[in-house]
Design a protein around this ligand. Sequence first.
Ligand code: URA
Length: 212
Amino acid sequence: MKTLVVDHPLVAHKLTALRDERTDSPTFRRLADELVTLLAYEATRDVRVVEATVSTPVAQAHGVRLARPAPLVVPILRAGLGMLDGMTRLLPTAEVGFLGMIRDEGTLTAQTYATRLPEDLSGRQCYVLDPMLATGGTLAAAVELLFRRGAEDVTAICLLAAPEGLAHMETVFADFTNPVRVVTAALDERLNEHGYIVPGLGDAGDRLYGVV
Ligand code: URA
């Protein structure tokens, strides 16, 4: 598994404002959206392309276009939804699948309550959107499900990651031959006793959408 912590002053600036407890939900949503677009730029570095030739007003130009099948973007509900527009802005031709997963706050294990994905993901490059890589249980379960359906490679985009979550992902995917990548804006210190990332930004879903 490969991890990329995106080191860029704009990423750090937006993340600092996101973390601030005084940032209200509308501002939080806008910042998360902008941050994801910056992370997506790095996360799609290995997106598959094919050669293409176009005619400019002057001459022929050789370039590339995105290969088929189109990449699949999979936000994990609910908080991953806050990352979807930022991702599809950069990859407008991607298809979008949905995974509803919730963390049992007692056991900190992931439960799947909704799945809307193609049955066959053979040859697909998948991008999972999950803002907080905490214990890693939810993300690992999501990535495993995509590989069970035949995904070729999976890149997770997370606003923040905890060392415990990355270690869990490393363990689960140690023997996988298919590429697994995690792209994040920061690697924080640790998890607290409630499974929250420290210093983190609190509950990403609540900060995006309020406490419901
Ligand atoms: N989920 C969140 O929303 N925040 C955390 O800190 C950990 C998991």
